[in-house]
Write a protein that binds this ligand. Structure first.
Ligand code: NAP
Length: 605
């Protein structure tokens, strides 16, 4: 039926344009457009013309809408949110998908079905792109949300005290504000695939009840969709060949930092500077053998390693499939149920929380079986309570433009002594000690839209990355050398000793000479009586640094989250106060705004 001014809310010119366009649309295009317009109205994504005061009601009434908000540090939550969006769209639900930092809180009142996918970091903190929304929702200005249905998927790690805290905060607050749960919150441990898939299926089932299959669209507000077309992913890693594996530290250094070059040839995997490489490691063979011996198991015994009933020889399963180096509270509780050891029973009883917390620190399964005589538990029962060995993420230190089909990483070998025994970082030690060029590793790309060079190649860039935190900045500068980006760049770098620990020294010097790097300030913490850190160098240059900020510089911080990132943040605030005459509150606002504008990005853990 042709549109007319009399049977539609459109004026003559609009009717003419629509009559030209509509007959040319395929079914899929028509349904996409319908969903798109609905989603835009829901979020205020574009400025639609003011509503007509009179006229016929709109013809296309959408089926259901859902707004998915994610808060993601490493990209896992954004990946799951996209998966959920796709599934809902396929069921005819109109989806708005957005990072929490891109979502306008004022639009919350318009949302009917709110789905939150969020991770937790450090001591129960939200990821950077969830901080403002978390603050808003938990604060006084949050609106009443009666009539809003919601559900929360929380990602976390049971080895941390405040497991899934951010997800729990959102879930509780949405209920307090009057919302109704679509399905209960699901808290996922590091091995989140199965639990997350279950939550997604439940949400999709609930929301697609009664929904027409027709109008489906995903409005990707503010989401950089960098999903590659590769068949390889986190759940199907590519077995990549190692091309180079060298120690970057000089003789006499306390540290060992490996530079690895890995071939992605034939994988179709693509990445950008700022992304990370996921690696599925293997446990240390000595630790596996010691554990098998302590338990008196047969290493060749077959055990079932998943719900599909796949069998693996015990030794192989402990090498490749199970986490054996981390103790968590839930794990200890499960072991207490498998044994009658009175000491372990007591450790999990109420009133012993502090003792339990202290015990699990820097201890592994070998300690547990030795300290609490767990010998006698059959291998299959023992394995059934273990977590799957999670992948490790390393910030990529190369640019695909400079080294196509390759990815480079910069990894510090973690080794220390605790409770009378040497301890080894699972992946870093495997990379440092047991892998040579020619060997292969299961890898995938973890995209990180929250750590990206500015779109404007002329914008100034400040990079702060002590230790291996400098890795992504090698990728940034490599990329800028290839693209000829003209904006000025400033790197703050530090490590213990100039002579042995100056990672990639020759490359920075070459980039300084060529103008790819405009300035570099270094802090070698143990070459002087007093410790000198990157933030001390920043303070020394506070005037210039402030000027760069005022010129619109983008600030990137990578490395240790616990101390360095906090100290650097405090130093940025101090510089704003000192040089800009801002109050403490104004400086905090300034940094907050920079974060909102993506001019202050951090890749820290
Ligand atoms: P590191 O231990 O961070 O040491 C690098 C330099 O930073 C040393 O000179 C150290 O001095 C100094 N430092 C210590 N405390 C500091 C503080 N509060 N503020 C500023 N500088 C401080 O180096 P690393 O072994 O390479 O470890 C880097 C950390 O970053 C690790 O925690 C790693 O997991 C993390 N990392 C994260 C990412 C990421 O999030 N994508 C990427 C790479 C690395 P002293 O040792 O003399 O005290």
């Amino acid at each position: 039926m042709e549109l007319q001014v009399s049977n539609s809310p459109f004026n003559e010119e609009q009717t003419k344009l629509l009559n030209q366009l509509l007959p040319t649309l395929t079914g899929a295009q028509a349904s996409w457009l319908s969903g798109y317009l609905t989603a835009l109205q829901g979020t205020g994504g574009i400025a639609l013309a003011a509503q007509p005061q009179t006229g016929a009601p709109s013809a296309a009434i959408p089926a259901k809408e859902a707004t998915i908000l994610f808060g993601s540090q490493t990209g896992n939550c954004s990946g799951l949110a996209k998966k959920l969006s796709k599934k809902l769209s396929e069921q005819g639900v109109n989806v708005t998908l957005s990072s929490m930092s891109d979502f306008k809180p004022a639009n919350l009142k318009k949302v009917r079905n709110l789905l939150i996918v969020v991770s937790t970091h450090g001591e129960g903190e939200p990821p950077d792109n969830a901080i403002s929304f978390h603050e808003f929702l938990l604060g006084k200005r949050a609106p009443k949300l009666e009539g809003v249905s919601f559900s929360v998927l929380a990602l976390g790690d049971t080895s941390y005290e405040f497991f899934c805290q951010t997800g729990k905060d959102f879930d509780q607050r949405l209920e307090e504000l009057g919302g109704t749960r679509i399905v209960p919150r699901v808290d996922c441990d590091v091995d989140f695939d199965e639990a997350a898939a279950g939550w997604i299926d439940d949400v999709v089932r609930k929301l697609s009840e009664g929904s027409a299959q027709a109008s489906a669209a995903a409005s990707l507000a503010g989401t950089a969709l960098t999903e590659t077309e590769s068949e390889y992913s986190r759940t199907n890693p590519f077995h990549a060949e190692i091309l180079e594996n060298i120690n970057l530290n000089g003789r006499g250094s306390d540290r060992e930092t490996r530079h690895l070059e890995i071939s992605l040839e034939g994988s179709g995997l693509q990445y950008e500077p700022g992304d990370s490489l996921g690696i599925y490691p293997e446990n240390h063979p000595q630790l596996v053998d010691d554990l098998i011996e302590a338990m008196g198991w047969n290493p060749e015994e077959s055990i079932t390693v998943n719900k599909q009933g796949d069998l693996l020889a015990l030794r192989k399963a402990l090498l490749q499939h199970y986490e054996i180096t981390v103790l968590t509270k839930p794990l200890i509780k499960q072991f207490a149920e498998l044994t009658s050891n009175p000491g372990l029973q007591e450790l999990v009883e109420p009133g012993h929380e502090q003792e339990l917390k202290q015990y699990i620190e820097e201890r592994d399964l070998l300690d547990l079986v030795q300290d609490y005589q767990l010998k006698g538990i059959p291998a299959a029962s023992f394995a059934s309570v273990l977590r799957k060995l999670p992948a490790r993420l390393y910030s990529i230190s190369s640019s695909p433009k400079a080294t196509p089909d390759e990815v480079h990483i910069t990894v510090r070998a973690v080794q220390y002594e605790a409770h009378g025994r040497d301890r080894y970082g699972v992946c870093s030690t495997q990379l440092a000690e047991r892998l040579q060029p020619g060997d292969t590793l299961p890898v995938y790309i973890q995209h990180n839209p929250n750590f990206k060079l500015p779109a404007d190649p002329g914008a100034p860039v400040i990079m702060i990355g002590p230790g291996t935190g400098v890795a992504p900045f090698r990728a940034f500068l490599s990329e800028r050398e290839e693209t000829g980006a003209e904006g000025k760049t400033w790197l703050f770098y530090g490590d213990q000793h100039f002579a042995t620990d100056f990672l990639y020294q020759i490359e920075w010097q070459r980039w300084l000479k060529d103008g790819v790097l405009t300035r570099m300030d270094v802090a070698f913490s143990r070459d002087t009586d007093q410790k000198v850190y990157v933030q001390h160098r920043m303070l020394e240059k506070s005037r210039e640094l402030y000027e760069w900020l005022q010129e619109g510089a983008y600030v990137y911080v990578c490395g240790d989250e616990k101390k360095m990132a906090h100290d650097v943040h405090a130093t940025l605030a101090a510089i704003l106060e000192k040089e800009g005459g801002l109050s403490q509150e104004e400086a905090a606002d300034y940094l907050h705004r920079m974060q909102q504008e993506k001019r202050y990005q951090r890749d820290v853990y």
